[in-house]
Design a protein. Sequence first.
Length: 321
Amino acid sequence: MPLPVPATTENIRKAAELIRSGGLVAFPTETVYGLGANALDEAAVRAIFAAKGRPSTNPVIAHVANPEGAEAIAHVDVRAKRIMSALWPGPLTLVLPRKSIVPDIVTAGGETVAVRMPRHPIALALLRDACVPIAAPSANRSESLSPTLAEHVYQSLGDSIAMILDGGPTEVGLESTVLDMTSIPARILRPGMADIAEISSVLGEEIIAGSEQTGIAKSPGQMLRHYSPRTPLVLTKDLNATAMQTTAPFAILAIGVDPQIAQSIATIVLPDEPRAYASGLYAALHTLDAGGASTIMAQAPPASSEWSAIWDRLRRAASSN
């Protein structure tokens, strides 16, 4: 089981060689850590699915070093070029018509491919050295908590990966926003921390929020249960009332203020600002998940658009399906 290694220039070069030879490498992006393979190598991408236990109906995102890399694997129109010019690199994935060079396993057999240029310097260095697009879902077992530290990757998938590049904690902390550019107006398939008003301004069109997909999925993150700790998670507006109804040991994920509930065996308080909350969410859940509680009580965030991506992750984490 390989230990995480520092993301030095030499180790990034070795990781790029592993990618080109069909191996799996975990690496940091600004969102979460990704489990990467050559997106044009069907066998290598299938190894990602095997390592994660990921269903083949769930497409993966192809990461590229620059907009030209996107044009090599997708049909990029004027609208998409406008977005790439203004908002890449960053935590924004575009769904575009695929080119035939992309294996079906990447797209779940669909006619579109999800493409992103990450903002993280280590991810970009790896992409430049590898000289291939890198398919990279989050580096964790399917449906479980996404990793925001190299240690999270090691604990979840360490025995399935040739190398884990350690770049420290991720900045954004939630998976990228996915924008379907084959829809007019464009549609958000997975909310993230990208600024929807900014996207709308760049495109000059009102963005539709919420997926209405049927049939083959265009985007990851569509499963009802996803991003979940092993410990059952309960979303509640009233931590005190929920605690009064619970006899088994529980942990608390609160917002802004410590609720001072004595029965809790562990409490983590995240900031009441959405970007700061998102940055710390998965790390907090990883910590609480390892603490021996029978339940994690998560305080429901505000019902505003700025918190929509956080609501999405918490609802899926709390799903029993």
